[in-house]
Design a binder for this molecule. Structure first.
Ligand SMILES: Cc1cc2nc3c(=O)[nH]c(=O)nc-3n(C[C@H](O)[C@H](O)[C@H](O)COP(=O)(O)OP(=O)(O)OC[C@H]3O[C@@H](n4cnc5c(N)ncnc54)[C@H](O)[C@@H]3O)c2cc1C
Length: 475
């Protein structure tokens, strides 16, 4: 039997497949599209996602294909100088078109042995005490122990489970595409500056050789946003909004996206889970969606692997919803706030000016920026110690970098004293004795997702934390 079926081979599904394969879990990814999409939605990755790639030894191959942009204080398009003391080893935005991100994650999952079946659509599912049966569009049935819906905002898995997706529907829609424009850049800039006084969703970014990424407000909201606009519809909208189509021709791809904001009310239903856009959708303001999905997978992967390998503590699988649902709720809220601040209504503009002034205070700018780069996420693990539940940032140890020790996706006990013990858990946890001065505490237990499960000066004994997160000791 397959251990885990992943429905959807976007970035969330591929990241999850790779995380499961690190633990030898038999993983099959079902991807509806026969070929990877050319549509460029996401344009880059923020610090926490970069840290995650670094934790698995993947960062160099992403950086090699991307462009590092300095991290500025930013929120709702308000840009300020880089705030002081941003707590990350990756203080930049990595510009990288989503198709490249998707390809690199797919290559990584395939290298680790994930079975990827393209042109394969999940259309039905059924679960019982022992496993899940997935029904494919060609009538084939596959059986697995667990199934994860990583199948995007219109998730079939979510609908089949009957999981609620409350929130706000799309009120506006934007047409997006890449095409050549026959217009001098100065003229384009002049028209764009004028149009953007009343239409912030209008814009054209030069990509080189006369090619542009063009976005324009649509006329209403399409009944099915999966159906791309025709080129005639696109150019007609350019004329309606900007008074000219800028001599547009040779489109490479066209798409549409809305501003719906919704959050699944359950991330788990028995043996079936939801992750990425299948669990949450929001406007792309701030570029957080793809990273949020990667971070879901990073949280879920080792827990599902533990369940398959049989060492899972009783409630570990439920911690996925408990930890990740509030994180997505907070992201939805920050995109709601950003959208309000980007409204051209006089009241909203006044609040925007006020927020821009407040962001001149370094603390405010850092607070808002860190929301978007996701480095301050703290899971409520029941401890009052400030470090517990936070991710441990990369640290220079005497033996090298901390994140270089985390590529295998195991638990890690960092021990400055040499007096701690993980006997009974050595098959699941590594013990690193290192007196690095950078560490603030004498011992830290790090989960495979980099979040801190225990620190030496908290009241809980180490054996209790090891049992809670890694199951009963074995001889
Ligand atoms: C304009 C725009 C700009 C954005 N910019 C950014 C950005 O800069 N940074 C950022 O982090 N995020 C950004 N995002 C968000 C990001 O694109 C998404 O959040 C991300 O793609 C979600 O990944 P996913 O794997 O969860 O879902 P998807 O990428 O949607 O992948 C889902 C996959 O499932 C497949 N599938 C669907 N149904 C089935 C089925 N029944 N069976 C099998 N396969 C199925 C689909 O073919 C698809 O490949 C942007 C989004 C938009 C629209």
């Amino acid at each position: 039997m397959i251990d885990v079926i992943i429905a959807g081979g976007g970035p969330t599904g591929m990241m999850l497949a790779a995380e499961l394969r690190l633990h030898g879990i038999r993983t099959v990814v079902l991807e509806r599209d026969a070929e990877p999409t050319k549509v460029v939605r996401g344009l880059g990755l923020h610090a926490r996602s970069l840290e995650i790639l670094d934790q698995r030894g993947l960062l160099d191959r992403f950086v090699a294909e991307g462009t590092r942009h300095p991290l500025r204080g930013f929120f709702a398009g308000i840009s300020k100088p880089t705030p002081d003391r941003i707590d990350t080893s990756q203080p930049y935005v990595l510009g990288l078109p989503q198709p490249i991100i998707d390809r690199l994650l797919e290559e990584h999952a395939a290298e680790l042995g994930a079975e990827i079946r393209r042109g394969t659509e999940l259309v039905g599912l059924d679960q019982d005490d022992d496993g899940v049966t997935a029904e494919l569009a060609d009538g084939t049935r596959l059986r697995s122990r667990y199934l994860v819906g990583c199948d995007g905002g219109r998730s079939t898995v979510r609908k089949l489970l009957g999981v609620g997706f409350p929130g706000e529907p799309s009120r506006t829609e934007t047409l997006l595409g890449e095409m050549e424009l026959d217009v001098p850049l100065e003229e384009l800039t002049k028209v764009m500056t004028e149009v953007r006084k009343t239409q912030l969703r209008f814009g054209a970014v030069p990509l080189g050789d006369g090619l542009y990424r063009v976005g324009t407000p649509a006329d209403g909201v399409a009944a099915d946003p999966r159906i791309p606009p025709t080129f005639d519809e696109f150019t007609a909208q350019l004329v309606a909004v900007a008074g000219t189509d800028f001599g547009a021709h040779s489109p490479r791809w066209l798409s549409r996206f809305g501003d719906a904001t919704r959050l699944a009310d359950r991330y788990r239903s028995g043996r079936v889970f939801l992750a990425g856009d299948a669990a949450h959708v929001h406007p792309p303001t701030g570029g957080q969606g793809l990273g949020l999905g990667i971070q879901d997978s990073f949280n879920l992967g080792w827990k599902l692997a533990a369940a398959v390998q049989g060492w899972v503590p009783a409630d570990l699988l439920d911690t996925y919803h408990a930890e990740r649902h509030p994180v997505a709720a907070a992201v939805l809220d920050n995109t709601r706030a950003q959208m309000e601040l980007m409204s051209l209504e006089p009241g909203a503009q006044a609040v925007r000016r006020l927020v821009a002034e407040l962001m001149d205070f370094d603390e405010v700018s850092r607070y808002l920026t860190e929301k978007i780069i996701a480095t301050t996420v703290r899971y409520d693990l029941g401890s009052e110690h400030d470090l517990v539940g936070r991710r441990l940032r990369d640290t220079e140890l005497d033996r090298g970098r901390l994140y270089d020790l985390t590529h295998a996706g195991r638990g890690l006990l960092l021990d400055r004293t040499g007096e701690l013990s993980i006997v009974g858990w050595t098959d699941r946890v590594d013990h690193v004795v290192d007196a690095a001065p950078e560490l603030e505490v004498s011992g830290v237990l790090m989960r495979p997702d980099g979040h801190i499960a225990w620190v030496a000066d908290d009241s809980e004994p180490l054996a209790g934390a090891l049992t809670r997160w890694f199951g009963a000791p074995r001889d």
